[in-house]
Design a protein around this ligand. Structure first.
Ligand code: NAD
Length: 356
C-alpha cells in the first residue's frame, strides 16, 4: 500500500525541470527511509490555459484536495502576459491557495555555510549561522478586506481595509507557537500596534495564546523596527509571526539575506496536515529549457513537505544535510563560485541523491 499520495503541479518555464529533480530526490529518500510515494500530475498556470482555457481547472482542485500534499514548480511567462487579469497564470496560483484553505505561509530564511559569501550581509553581522522561519498569515488582512474607490471633498480617492478576526489571529499564532516549540522556543510577533487597531487586537490575541505555550519566549516588534533588525542583527530571530501584508514584505527581505533566489523553499499550510510546497522563485522563462536552473529550492521544499505534512523529520534532515554537503563542491551557474564545479540541473539532482 502506498504511504503518501502527492500531486505534482509542474507549471511553466523551469517548473517541470526542477520538479523532476525534486521527485528524483523524494524517490531516493523514500527508498532510504522505507516508505512509498505515489504521484499524480495536474495542470496549473500557463500550461493549464493552453490545454483547457483556464489557469486552474476544476480537475486540478479535486486532485489536490484528495492528496496528502502538493508540490508546485512555478507558473507564468511572457506567452500569457496578454491574458486578462483573472485568467493569467498567477490567478491560478491565488485560486489554488484559496481552494485549499492555505492560511499559513512558512518561509525559511537560511544560510547554508558554503554560501555565506553570497549574502549581502557581512559575515560578522550574520554571526555563526542564520535560520529564521517567517510565518505569514495568508488569507486575511488588507489584501482581502473591503476596498474601493470613492470621492472625498470632490477628489477621487481609494481605500483598502485591514481587518482581522480573533479566530484568524488565533490559528496563525498557534501555527507559529507550534513551530517555535519544535525549534528554539523563541517567537517574535510583528505588528504596528502603536498605530493600528487591528494590530492591537493582533497583539492582545497573540499574548493570550502564549499562555498555552509557557515554554516559548514571546516578544513583540513594530514592523518598521523588525525591517531594520533583520538587516542589523538577523541572528536574534527564530520564528517570526505576522500579518499578510507585513509578512509579504518581511519574508522577501529576510530571504534575500540568504543571497540566492534559487535556494529558497516555502510551505503553505491549511488546517490539518496537508499543504502546498513550492520554491519562492518564479518560472525563470529566461533560462527555461537550458538545463541550468537551480533545483535546490524545490528539493528543499520537499524537505519541508516531509517535515510539516508527512511527519518524516529525519528524512527532511537527510535532504537538508545532503544539500549542505553537495554545495561545498558543486554549484549550478546561479550560485557558482571559484573553486567549485559547475553542474547542470540534472547533475545537481543526481548529486543530492548520491549524497543521500
Ligand atoms: P523569477 O523568479 O522567475 O526570475 C528572476 C531571476 O532569477 C531570473 O533571472 C531567473 O533566471 C532567476 N532564477 C529564478 N529561479 C531560478 C532558479 N531556480 N535557478 C536559477 N536562476 C533562477 O521572476 P520573474 O522573472 O520576475 O518572473 C518570471 C515569471 O514567473 C513571471 O511570469 C512571474 O509572474 C512568474 N512568477 C511566478 C511565481 C510562482 O509561480 N510562485 C513567483 C514569482 C514569479
Amino acid at each position: 500500500m502506498t504511504d503518501y499520495k502527492i500531486v505534482l503541479l509542474k507549471g511553466d518555464g523551469i517548473g517541470p525541470e526542477i520538479v523532476n529533480q525534486a521527485v528524483k530526490v523524494l524517490d531516493k529518500t523514500a527508498e532510504k527511509f522505507d516508505f512509498t510515494v505515489e504521484y499524480d500530475e495536474a495542470l496549473l498556470g500557463g500550461c493549464a490555459i493552453d490545454a483547457t482555457g483556464v489557469p486552474l481547472p476544476d480537475e486540478t482542485v479535486e486532485k489536490c484536495k484528495k492528496a496528502d500534499s502538493v508540490l508546485l514548480g512555478a507558473v507564468g511567462g511572457p506567452k500569457w502576459d496578454n491574458q486578462p487579469g483573472n485568467n493569467r497564470p498567477e490567478a491560478g496560483l491565488l485560486g489554488i491557495r484559496g481552494a485549499l484553505g492555505l492560511f499559513a505561509n512558512l518561509r525559511p530564511a537560511v544560510i547554508f555555510e558554503p554560501l555565506k559569501g553570497a549574502s549581502p550581509i557581512k559575515d560578522e553581522i550574520i554571526g555563526g549561522t542564520l535560520d529564521i522561519m517567517i510565518v505569514r498569515e495568508l488569507t486575511g488582512g488588507i489584501y482581502f478586506g473591503e476596498k474601493g474607490r470613492k470621492e472625498v471633498n470632490g477628489n477621487p480617492a481609494a481605500y483598502d481595509t485591514e481587518m482581522y478576526t480573533v479566530p484568524e489571529i488565533e490559528r496563525i499564532a498557534r501555527v507559529a507557537f507550534d513551530l517555535a516549540m519544535k525549534r528554539n522556543k523563541k517567537l517574535t510577533s510583528v505588528d504596528k500596534a502603536n498605530v493600528l487597531e487591528s494590530s492591537r487586537l493582533w497583539r492582545e490575541t497573540v499574548i493570550r495564546i502564549s499562555k498555552e505555550y509557557p515554554e516559548v519566549e514571546l516578544n513583540h516588534l513594530y514592523v518598521d523596527n523588525c525591517a531594520m533588525q533583520l538587516v542589523i542583527n538577523p541572528s536574534q530571530f527564530d520564528v517570526i509571526v505576522t500579518s499578510n501584508i507585513f509578512g509579504d514584505i518581511l519574508s522577501d527581505e529576510a530571504s534575500m539575506i540568504s543571497g540566492s533566489i534559487g535556494m529558497l523553499a516555502s510551505a503553505s499550510l491549511s488546517e490539518g496536515k496537508s499543504g502546498l510546497y513550492e520554491p519562492i522563485h518564479g518560472s525563470a522563462p529566461d533560462i527555461a529549457g537550458l538545463g541550468i536552473a537551480n533545483p535546490l529550492a524545490t528539493i528543499l521544499s520537499v524537505a519541508m513537505m516531509l517535515r510539516y505534512s508527512l511527519d518524516r523529520p529525519k528524512a527532511a534532515d537527510a535532504i537538508e544535510n545532503a544539500v549542505s554537503t553537495v554545495l561545498k563542491d558543486y554549484r549550478t551557474p546561479d550560485i557558482y563560485a571559484e573553486g567549485t564545479t559547475k553542474v547542470s540541473t540534472d547533475e545537481m539532482g543526481d548529486l543530492i541523491c548520491n549524497a543521500l
